[in-house]
Design a protein around this ligand. Structure first.
Ligand code: COA
Length: 269
């Protein structure tokens, strides 16, 4: 179905693998278009409860935007490229279902930015992270200056952004860029086991957690709920979304199940 992605759905978890290993899974125009379409599947396919994004092979998650497509771009074309990339990554960040990055090697430039647009990250012990755009005379354009600063703080972010230096998986763990570091053959298993837990929870409540957490950062584009545009800050939005949880059947099921000492059977409404 896709030329540059492999996709697989099992146990309600959709695995999207960027599949250009000979180019270290660099993001060319086709990959970006297909990634956008695959995320649409996450939004629209009711069989999908959560997703994983990873890279093919053992060496690289995604080694950045495809540098060969930068040659000869005008300022206007550069802006359009960044805008398109940002929109796709906003779609990931605002997805109504959890999307986890499994970083199996290099996560550089647009690859690090892709990982950061996911809801959380797990790395294999060979992973390397960096924003090496300055080596090319450019800067991150797919949200990297914003999300890296959000995730690891301004001082650490600016050091990485301005130097182009890479950090290893354990440093990324220490910085809070990733939640876990595991052996490469345990990477997908680790993500699947966490997602199995999340998938057993009430879906509307899970979606509302994503929307409210994103509001901390004033994420402008909301695909999950128009509601986030109308609130001054994340605290107000949290109040609204908390209230909305009580409109669901799942809150009745969840509270009854607890009081009746049984497992809840959530229906997602
Ligand atoms: N865009 C286009 N092609 C890329 C790429 C990218 N971002 N990253 C790697 N590739 C290609 C290489 O050109 C090479 O292709 P070739 O075999 O046809 O020559 C292939 O992937 C393998 O990469 P190579 O550089 O030979 O591997 P390496 O192990 O020596 O180095 C990296 C690995 C990641 C350090 C190096 O590839 C690199 O610096 N990549 C660019 C990273 C970057 O600047 N990303 C941000 C872009 S905005």
């Amino acid at each position: 179905m896709y030329n540059t992605l492999l996709t697989e759905l099992s146990n309600n978890i959709f695995i999207i693998t960027v599949n250009r290993p000979d180019k270290l899974n660099a993001l060319n125009k086709t990959v970006m278009e297909e990634l956008s379409a695959a995320i649409d599947e996450v939004y629209n396919n009711n069989e999908i409860k959560s997703a994983i994004i990873t890279g093919a092979g053992t060496k690289s998650f995604v080694a950045g935007a495809d540098i060969s497509e930068f040659v000869g771009l005008s300022a206007e074309q550069g802006k359009a490229l960044a805008k398109k990339g940002q929109d796709i990554y906003f779609k990931i960040e605002n997805a109504p279902k959890p999307i986890v990055a499994c970083i199996n090697g290099f996560a550089l430039g647009g690859g690090c930015e892709l990982a950061m647009s996911c809801h959380f990250r797990i790395a294999s012990d060979n992973a390397k992270f960096g924003q090496p755009e300055v080596n090319l005379g450019i800067m991150p354009g797919y949200g990297g200056t914003q999300r890296l600063t959000q995730l690891i703080g301004k001082g650490r972010a600016l050091e990485l952004l301005m130097s182009g230096n890479m950090i290893d998986a354990n440093t990324a763990l220490q910085y809070g860029l990733v939640n876990y570091v595991v052996a490469q053959d345990e990477l997908l298993g680790k993500a699947k086991s966490i997602l199995a837990v999340i998938n057993s929870k009430a879906p509307v409540a899970v979606t509302n957690c994503i929307t409210a957490a994103n509001a901390v950062f004033g994420t402008k584009v909301s695909y999950t709920s128009k509601v986030s545009d109308t609130f001054a800050n994340g605290f107000e939005l949290e109040v609204e979304l908390f209230g909305k949880c009580f409109e669901t059947e799942d809150v009745k099921e969840g509270t009854s199940a607890f009081l009746e000492k049984r497992k809840p059977n959530f229906l997602g409404r």
